[in-house]
Ligand binder design. Structure first.
Ligand SMILES: *Cc1c(COP(=O)(O)O)cnc(C)c1O
Length: 357
């Protein structure tokens, strides 16, 4: 199978080779050093302030979304949440579940977050904001420079779910005034699922220290304390952390975050060019489309989006990414993260052409 989903995605051979090894014991100085190195390289890739701290959660991206909501926000906060798709909706659900005071900016699927819309929430007492970098369900990239400026001006704590956008889209915690951000192992890092990462600046660390979290596993105080010596409170996803270490070092050797951005952007551009002429409409205009994924409106095709997904899977052994809910029959997505060759993209385009001929 060729995998064009948005996670888990195709891994490099180096990552796969580590995956077949025995899992080593981890309460050792060697493993601690590896963890500290992971933190240090991730600080570079997130482009955050030198005093930022990382913690490693054993759990998929949603674990870090929930830990963030629980640790960064409390009963004295009023949180502004952007809901432009299923991941924005998840942030809203988390705010509701944890009984936070919040308001949502509801966007239609594929709609841009405009300055006008955002600033209509100014001066309303918000102390926190949470949103995605890339809303993976639609492929919308939010203007994080604009959001960060808004938050800085209004003294709002900014928590960004960059699970899919990390490495795919331009992102700098420092320059975008982001206080905390998360990513997951199975997206652009192209590792197996099971690990997510929370990067925090000093303000975020302070919020964690003052939080009153009624949960053992998701209390980040304990994670921060353990990470001082490169450890985690509980058994982490040891193998994935070792795969992460190899991958991070390889990224740094090969041009760092800028080169990752470039590779993924070029791949998205190549795919979008190749499908010109097919009866799809870009679900999101190029001006605010993420490089991570292309969502395609298939309503002008002779098959619906779900049928296209099934046919490509069963007849061509290719996974594209179906949409859920209201969009299931109208929209499908093609991911651009993970190890994907030009030849594989050509195969997919050829399959789509055959199916829709
Ligand atoms: C994939 C993803 C997540 C995490 O989903 P999990 O299935 O829990 O890993 C969170 N946010 C965004 C934007 C994502 O793309």
């Amino acid at each position: 199978m060729i995998n064009f989903t948005v996670g888990p995605v195709q891994s490099d051979k180096e990552t796969l080779a580590i995956g077949k090894e025995q899992v080593p014991y981890f309460r050792t100085s060697e493993f601690s050093a590896l963890m500290k190195e992971n933190e240090s390289i991730l600080k570079n890739l997130f482009d955050c302030t030198e005093d930022s701290r990382a913690v490693f959660m054993t759990g998929s991206g949603t674990a870090s979304m929930e830990a963030g909501i629980m640790n960064f926000f409390g009963k004295n906060d009023k949180v502004l949440v952007v809901n432009g798709g299923s991941f924005g909706h998840r942030l809203v659900e988390l705010c509701a579940l944890h009984e936070l005071s919040y308001e949502e900016i509801t966007l239609n699927y594929g709609e841009e977050l405009t300055k006008e819309k955002l600033y209509s929430y100014e001066g309303k007492g918000f102390t926190g904001m949470a949103l995605q970098l890339c809303e993976t369900s639609t492929g919308v990239l939010y203007d994080m420079n604009m959001v960060g400026e808004f938050c800085k001006k209004n003294n709002i704590f900014l928590f960004v779910d960059a699970v899919s956008g990390f490495l795919a889209d331009k992102f700098s915690m420092k320059n975008m005034n982001v206080n905390a951000a998360i990513t997951g192992s199975q997206k652009a890092l192209a590792l197996p699922p099971g690990l997510s990462i929370i990067m925090m600046d000093q303000k975020a660390v302070e919020r964690v220290q003052n939080a009153n979290v009624k949960c053992m596993y998701f209390d980040l105080k304990d994670c921060l304390k353990n990470m001082e010596r490169g450890q985690t409170p509980f058994t982490p996803a040891v193998s994935v952390l070792i795969q992460l270490n190899e991958k991070l070092k390889r990224i740094m050797k090969n041009g760092g975050v800028a080169e990752q951005n470039k590779i993924i952007a070029e791949r998205a551009e190549y795919f979008r060019k190749q499908i010109a002429g097919l009866p799809f409409k870009m679900f999101v205009p190029q001006s605010y489309a993420s490089n991570c994924v292309t969502a395609l409106d298939a309503t002008q095709c002779k098959l619906n989006a779900k049928e296209i997904f099934e046919k490509v899977k069963n007849e061509y052994k290719i996974w594209i990414c179906p949409n859920a809910g209201d969009m299931a029959e109208k929209v499908f997505r093609v991911g651009h993260i993970g190890t994907i060759s030009k030849k594989q993209i050509d195969k997919l385009v050829k399959a789509l052409k055959k199916i829709l001929a």
